[in-house]
Design a binder for this molecule. Structure first.
Ligand code: PLP
Length: 386
């Protein structure tokens, strides 16, 4: 694959070639579990490393391999592994990074299941975490101990949309020979390639933007071979391989990733601007808005322009939690649902942070704006409406 090619070209062509046996254009779905050997000699040649041969799909599958090659290319890393969920990717990375104990400095703003894995599971294996505001370099430095092995962050956090300055984190980590682990689910490689900013391991819930249709569950980890191979070896023992069907669906999803991310971002920027000026809204969290406290850091990472900041928004309503019901029940086009990165707009309440999270879809903006505006009109607090 020509590394000089543009990102959209690589989304379509990287990792793919006509099928060597049939010439099929488009990666075939190898939906088989095992592989035939013609002779015992071939088995021996495979075992000695003299002649590669597929053996068992959870170990390696041609369709999954194409997906892994494409993702390594898009993230600009040496290699990648595809797993059966984002949480399989996150737990796989944390279990290998913190094997036998150790410590990790993690952002205090993380996807809640990642945080639960760090706080509930890892201590049972002798590993510990310190949560810090990763926007504060002094706090990050102060949290590092002689046992620390890694720093973990989400560039735009779920669901608060806090911004982590990856270049700064990589600088702090590499001074001490630590690795930086980044969950890039919210932005995808179309908007941010953390390896270019110094991150070592890049994780995705492929269930979200890489798929784009809410039809597949998967996860990916990209990085250097020396860090990915332990995750691969462990995935065999944990049984977390991605299914060939999911890989095949993801390959199709990624073909349109840059176009989708541009439209998600454009709709989200316009929606965030609309939300900002509505009396029913107390606060909007969207790093693309100049009013976001870390807008400049975000823009330095993803680039300037209205189509670079992704599709995720969160907001608090002026009416607080009591306004959740009136707002959500008045939506007609947007769907009340968890998950994100779907082509349709998904809205979900987060009582813990008093937040509503919006995963902005690909609908015509005018339809989206009308639906959200009418729902907000239904929950303007009486004091504001008067
Ligand atoms: C930022 C982030 N990372 C990881 C995950 C976990 O992904 P999965 O549901 O594919 O296990 C999610 C799920 O919502 C997420 O939002």
């Amino acid at each position: 694959m020509n590394e000089d090619q543009g990102f959209s070209t690589r989304c379509i062509h990287a990792g793919e070639a006509p099928d060597p046996t049939t010439g099929a254009h488009g990666v075939p779905l190898y939906q088989n579990v095992t592989y035939a050997f013609e002779t015992y000699g071939q088995v021996e040649a495979m075992r000695s490393g003299e002649r590669p041969h597929f053996t068992y799909s959870p170990r390696a599958n041609p369709t999954v391999r194409c997906l892994e090659a494409k993702l390594a290319n898009l993230e600009g890393t040496e290699t990648a592994i595809a797993l059966n969920s984002g949480m399989a990717a996150i737990s796989g990375v944390l279990l290998t990074t913190l094997a036998g104990g150790g410590h990790i400095v993690a952002s205090s703003h993380l996807y809640d299941q990642t945080r639960m894995f760090l706080t509930d599971e890892l201590p049972r294996l002798g590993a510990f975490s310190t949560f810090v505001d990763v926007a504060d370099p002094a706090a990050v430095r102060a949290a590092i101990t002689p046992e620390t092995r890694a720093i973990y962050a989400e560039p735009f956090s779920n669901p608060h949309l806090q911004v982590a300055n990856l270049r700064q984190l990589a600088h702090i980590a590499h001074e001490r020979e630590l690795i930086v682990i980044v969950d890039n689910t919210f932005l995808s490689p179309a908007l941010l390639r953390p390896a270019e900013l110094g991150a070592d391991l890049i994780i995705h819930s492929a269930t979200k933007y890489l798929s784009g249709n809410g039809q597949v569950q998967g996860g990916v980890v990209s990085g250097p071979r020396r860090l990915i191979e332990p995750v691969r070896a462990q995935s065999l023992l944990l049984g977390s391989a991605l299914s060939p069907f999911a890989a095949w669906m993801l390959l199709a999803g990624i073909h349109t990733l840059p176009l989708r991310m541009e439209r998600h971002s454009q709709n989200a920027m316009r929606l965030a601007t609309l939300l900002e000026s509505h009396p029913a809204v107390e606060r909007v969290n969207y790093p693309g808005l100049p009013a976001h406290p870390n807008h400049d850091t975000a823009a330095a990472m993803v680039g300037a322009g209205d189509t670079r900041f992704g599709g995720m928004i969160s907001l608090s309503l002026a009416g607080g939690r009591p306004a959740f019901g009136p707002f959500l029940n008045a939506l007609r086009l947007c769907t009340i649902a968890v998950s994100l990165g779907d082509c349709s707009t998904l809205v979900w309440p987060w009582p813990a942070g008093n937040l509503i999270r919006i995963s902005t879809g690909l609908e015509d903006f005018d339809d989206l704006a009308r639906d959200v505006s009418l729902a907000l009109d239904a929950c303007v607090p009486a004091a504001v409406a008067d």
